[in-house]
Design a protein around this ligand. Structure first.
Ligand code: NAP
Length: 246
């Protein structure tokens, strides 16, 4: 990770769970981390904790589903740092959203946060990297094991559809960039069940007898992907807890 020292990383959904762990991991590796989320108080707590270690994390309130807010925050990064080397498109929500009798508003909300915002942030990140000639930039998409298979959880079809979309969008972004001669690398990360707030926030109960990953496990994989030699592009990683069926 040495070559990323002082580089700027954007982590969306940095106030909790996997995004928080990734933000902490990257800051501890010497990156300047900008973390977006809606809960500013949680971001400020991370900022304070990391600053006592001499690490740089800056929390910025941003709802990724609000395109105007996203564009404003990209402008803020441009004015403040004039560079952006790594973007971790991580923010996401779960939902118990049935297909047979579900509500369109809920489907739209999940698609907006999990998929449309990822497309907007990717477009703006590529625009930024091209403008500032950041040829060794890296885009990381947070997909899921259910972006590769049918979810075993009834009521997760909409979430699962968005994660299949993220997997495909990552690969399509990689193809588009590589076809245009870009050296920006693209990776998709697909964790299985990871202990975070996502299940309870979406109204599901988690049981302790299930094998699960810790958020830190995913953060370490992200650091491993970033630390690969510049000539190596790790395009897709599926991460399962040892002993897990899924
Ligand atoms: N946990 C798992 O088992 C698992 C497995 C595979 C993939 N994933 C994926 O990993 C990613 C992170 O999930 P997690 O498990 O860490 O969930 P989490 O603990 O619920 O954290 C979600 C993060 O996303 C942020 N967020 C949600 N909606 C947002 C919005 N509209 N604008 C900005 N930030 C928003 C939340 O912050 P605020 O609420 O403060 O805005 C929070 O920081 C998601 O994309 C999820 O689909 C999770």
């Amino acid at each position: 990770m040495d070559r990323w020292q002082g580089s700027v990383a954007l982590v969306t959904g940095a106030s909790a769970g996997i995004g928080k762990s990734i933000a902490i991991e990257l800051a501890r590796h010497g990156m300047v981390v900008v973390g977006w989320a809606r809960r500013l108080d949680k971001l400020k707590t991370i900022e304070d904790e990391l600053s006592t270690e001499g690490k740089t994390f800056v929390g910025r309130q941003c709802d990724v589903a609000d395109e105007t807010a996203v564009l404003n925050e990209f402008s803020w990064i441009e004015k403040t740092y004039g560079k952006l080397n790594v973007v971790i498109n991580n923010a996401g929500i779960g939902a118990v959203a049935y297909l047979a009798d579900g509500k369109t508003e809920l489907w739209q909300k999940v698609f907006n946060v999990n998929l449309i915002s990822v497309a907007v942030i990717t477009r703006e990140a590529v625009k930024f990297m091209r403008k500032f000639k950041i040829d060794d930039g890296h885009l990381i998409f947070m997909s899921s094991i259910v972006g590769h298979m049918i979810t075993p959880l009834i009521g997760s079809g909409i979430y699962c559809a968005t994660k299949h979309g993220v997997t495909l969008m990552a690969e399509a972004t990689r193809q588009e960039l590589n076809a245009s001669g870009s050296k920006i690398r693209v990776s998709s990360v697909s964790p299985s069940f990871t202990k975070s707030e996502i299940f309870e926030r979406s109204g599901r109960k988690i049981t302790d007898d299930m094998p699960y990953l810790e958020c830190k496990d995913i953060a370490e994989i992200v650091a491993w992907i970033l630390s690969a030699s510049p000539s190596v592009q790790i395009s897709d990683v599926i991460i399962r807890p040892t002993g897990s069926e899924y």
